[in-house]
Design a protein around this ligand. Structure first.
Ligand SMILES: [Zn+2]
Length: 238
């Protein structure tokens, strides 16, 4: 299916990042289950930004130091071999971008930039890192607090990325769902925008609600599946 597709839209979720060692916030053992459900809540952030920034003190260095894995790299590699591959991700890390995929639409925002809640000043989060690691709340010169461009609960999804994702999925002849249980809406509804006749393939550790309507379902380790698909695809091309 990958070899035959002209245009591939890929929806990725936490499962592709956990393979790089980044915790899945929503599954057992993740942040939400350890009593920090307020970490990504906008009202909680406005009341007390230190809830998020205490978490960020370990999360940001973890994201910075981990690397894109074989699954991220496979998608970028297909693109280098001439496939049109649009990545739509629910993840807030930057591993698809670091692996070289483009475009990457981030439907839950990303941590790469932060914006002052008061005046809208936007900076690279990395420039705030020394302050955050020192246990301080990063503030703008206007005294407003910087919030990462991650979509918090209580916020609208980024409109541009959402619209571009819907368009890419509608244009694709193969929609590939990787490492997401398709349980978080509205992102879980994105594969529903595929056009009639487009193929749907799902690779995830656990079953998803869309498995019954998919043309191909693989429950397995994402990295090893993607490595195998890539090697089949390269044999096919040579
Ligand atoms: Zn400001």
């Amino acid at each position: 299916m990958v070899a035959e597709a002209e245009s591939i839209a890929v929806l990725t979720g936490a499962g592709i990042s956990t393979a790089s060692g980044i915790p899945d916030f929503r599954s057992a053992g993740g942040v939400y289950s350890s009593g920090n459900a307020n970490v990504f809540d906008l009202n909680a952030f406005i009341r007390n930004p230190s809830i998020f920034y205490t978490f960020a003190r370990s999360f940001y260095p973890q994201v910075r130091d981990a690397q894109p894995n074989a699954a991220h790299q496979a998608l970028a590699e297909w693109q280098r071999r001439g496939k049109e591959v649009t990545v739509v991700t629910q993840n807030v890390d930057d591993y698809h971008q670091r692996a070289g995929s483009s475009p990457v639409y981030t439907v839950h925002g990303n941590h790469i930039h932060s914006t002052c809640l008061k005046c809208g000043d936007r900076v690279e989060t990395e420039t705030l890192l020394p302050l955050i690691l020192a246990g301080e709340i990063p503030r703008c010169s206007c005294k407003g607090v910087y919030k990462p461009d991650i979509t918090f609960f209580g916020e609208m999804l980024p409109e541009y990325d959402w619209d571009a994702s819907v368009a890419a999925i509608h244009r694709a002849d193969l929609v590939l769902v990787l490492g997401t249980s398709l349980s978080v809406y509205p992102a879980a509804g994105l594969p529903g925008y595929r056009r009639l006749g487009a193929k749907l393939a799902i690779v995830n550790r656990d079953p998803t609600p869309l498995d019954p309507e998919a043309d191909c379902v693989i429950h397995g380790d994402l990295c090893s599946v993607m490595e195998q698909v890539s090697s089949l695809f390269s044999k096919d091309r040579h």
